[in-house]
Design a protein around this ligand. Structure first.
Ligand code: SDX
Length: 392
């Protein structure tokens, strides 16, 4: 029996599915969504367009994009009862835990979202979550800041509306901030999909039991929370702030990262697939310079990040292991410049990854993939007889 099975820890050399959504080449540092390069999409597309592309496979024309956005606006109300669940959390609750719970709770207010056997039911569920998740993200942020919960404004673009719900001050008219919205739009595009990463594989395997889209996404949010995955963007900022507090002593943290007895890793470095520069990191590094320049912000954390990157790229430990900055290394610096609290960084990753998770879940369901159920190699006890309590 065990001869049949070979174990591949972390599935480093296992393909879980065939997919047409995203293409990665780790050696060449290539990333494409439905065949379009990440460089072109980050430069020329907007996030809602990219969401449509990932989910339905083609760039939308004007009418298709307009209908998609209108259908989303129709669904942008979140049941007021959901606020009772949000209120149940202490202010200290981590936003990723809050959002994973609220996303799962949405099923109770949208019961039809479970049965997605028809394409129409699938579309309705997809539009519903694309509409409501940004509201939940904004509510979670405002709850943490002690601000009144806000609602969307149908006259705004999709990302503009996200920015408005997150940042509109209660006693002021919302004023558009094109620099911030453009940076946010680009960051969301760069995070939108990444083939079979940990959280996407989680969405697929939960979805393979036909648990429904919202339940699958809730599981994906939990997987993304981990500091080895999406949680890294928060861990990078905490690391950079610790280095700054330590007088900018990057050498001490480099030594810790190389010390096998020290669990500390250089957060924002390394990648399972990219054995070269993460193409997203390059784009985000430039965007960080642009945003801070445009906003006139001098952030010492950015200088520390650049210093750390330079040292690591010249250090044989990192070079030999092909450890380069990944998408999480610079993104937190932009989020910080946009006034997003560190604890919300991974939530912003989830907001960007939502269309990718949806696209991969939809592909898995349309291809009628079987339920995920791997085997194992048993290494436990052989058969033994029960011993009554009085004899143990
Ligand atoms: C994301 O999969 C995706 O696509 C993810 C993502 C996406 O878009 O979905 O790209 C988003 O999660 C990016 C990664 C964010 N995580 C981090 O920045 C956390 C720090 N990085 C590491 O934990 C690590 O690099 C991983 C988790 C990203 C990848 O780990 P692997 O592929 O399992 O590699 P490994 O742990 O086997 O490491 C290989 C070697 C080991 O040393 P040796 O045992 O060979 O001597 O490299 C070392 C590791 O100790 N190493 C590091 C390191 N990363 C790997 N040493 C110090 N610092 C690091 N960051």
């Amino acid at each position: 029996e065990t001869g049949m099975v070979t174990i591949d820890p972390g599935y480093k050399n296992t393909g879980s599915c065939e997919s047409a959504v995203t293409f990665l080449d780790g050696e060449k540092g290539i990333l494409r969504y439905r065949g379009y390069s990440i460089e072109e999409l980050a430069e020329k597309a907007d996030f809602l367009e990219v969401a449509y592309l990932l989910i339905f496979g083609e760039l939308p024309n004007k009418a298709q994009l307009q209908k998609f956005h209108n259908d989303i606006k129709e669904e942008s109300q979140v049941d007021e009862e959901m606020k009772k669940i949000l209120d149940g959390f202490p202010k200290s609750a981590h936003p990723m835990g809050v959002l994973s719970s609220l996303t799962s709770a949405l099923v109770a207010f949208n019961p039809t979202s479970v049965d997605v056997s028809s394409e129409t039911a699938m579309y309705n569920s997809i539009v519903r979550i694309l509409a409501k998740f940004p509201v939940l993200v904004a509510w979670t942020l405002r709850k943490k800041k002690g601000l009144p919960l806000d609602y969307g404004d149908d006259s705004l673009g999709y990302v503009e509306n996200i920015h408005k719900m997150m940042f509109k001050r209660p006693n002021q008219e919302y004023k558009k901030d094109p620099i911030a919205i453009d940076a946010l739009d680009k960051l969301l595009i760069l995070h939108a999909d990444h083939e079979q990463n940990c959280s996407t594989s989680t969405v697929r395997i939960v979805g393979s039991s036909h648990a429904g889209l919202f339940a699958s996404l809730s599981a994906g949010i939990s997987a993304l929370w981990g500091p080895l995955h999406g949680g890294a963007n928060q861990a990078v900022l905490e690391m950079l702030e610790a280095i700054e507090a330590d007088g900018g002593d990057t050498k001490k943290y480099m030594a810790k990262a190389k010390d096998k007895d020290d669990p500390f890793r250089l957060m924002g470095f390394g990648h399972r697939v990219y054995k070269n520069f993460d193409p997203r990191a390059k784009i985000i590094k430039k965007a960080a310079d642009d945003v801070l320049g445009n906003l006139g912000i001098q952030d010492p954390i950015l200088d520390i990040a650049k210093g750390l990157e330079k040292e690591a790229l010249e250090d044989s430990y990192f070079v030999d292991r092909k450890l380069y900055p990944n998408v999480d290394f610079y993104s937190g610096i932009i989020y910080r410049a946009l006034g997003i609290p560190t604890e919300m960084f991974t939530v912003m990753f989830a907001l960007g990854r939502l269309p990718g998770w949806i696209a991969q879940w939809r592909e898995m369901r349309l291809r009628k993939e079987p339920i995920g159920r791997p085997r194992q190699v048993y290494i436990g006890e052989n058969l033994r007889s029960f011993v009554p309590l009085e004899k143990r």
